[in-house]
Design a binder for this molecule. Sequence first.
Ligand code: ATR
Length: 265
Amino acid sequence: MNVYGLIGNPVGHSLSPPMHEAGYEALGIDAKYVTFEPPADEGAAAVEAAEKLGVAGLNVTIPFKQDVLAAVDPDPLAQRIGAVNTVDFSGETPRGYNTDAVGAVRALDHHGVELSGTTVVVGAGGAGRAVAFGLADEGMAVRIANRTESKAVDLAADVPEASGHGLDELAELLADADVLVNCTSVGMDEDATPVPAEALHGDLAVLDAVYSPIETRLLRDAAAAGATTVDGAWMLLYQGVEAFERWTGEDAPVDSMNAALRAGL
Ligand code: ATR
């Protein structure tokens, strides 16, 4: 039996175990998915320990995504993002990936969103960084808008075809944008939005990385404006699907994993 898992601190409310185990069950794979909560400064040591214990694969979440880089051989995208959320132990050395970036791309793709033109990424933290690289790699021009404008400018300097802005420029940026992704925590457990409703329009596809609540104010405003909406559970699902496929080499049973994830929300 293969053991997969998640390291994070805290990991208490993770939806990854039911999501991945639904995938194993659907494909008849003999595996378990468990959560581990190492001390906050022991991310790299936890990866080394997991390798010694014969763990087959690890997901990595806050606060370990940067620290574990030291314990893995990162693929080029994870290296450029500077963060790892998936470790595969099947090779000679642990290989690190960032499936958050691909998760956003696949979530949009699932909804038929064409990934060309211009995308506005709101937020320049860890999620914003991964999404900006993911969409830039699809060939989109990336406009990063952040409350602290200097962080958006710094991030944009690392991402191809990107520019950094303050939130005051959002309406102007969105006027001719094709895709909007909220990568701030605004809207999490609150009825708030980082984007003025008047700036939204029917030619946009809007992905909100926030998944609690599942229908955020931003997504309600976007639907009212006639935009295509993609909730944050799709991004969570597809980062897991991508990890599942890296580990098992099989096409993930997306519908089963999605149902298990949404049942836990
Ligand atoms: P994560 O790793 O999930 O991206 P993070 O690194 O803490 O989390 O980043 C949080 C993001 O949400 C940042 O872009 C932050 O903006 P600042 O860089 O200015 O702090 C943004 N954010 C958090 N609260 C916000 C608020 N009330 N209004 C606007 N942006 C906010």
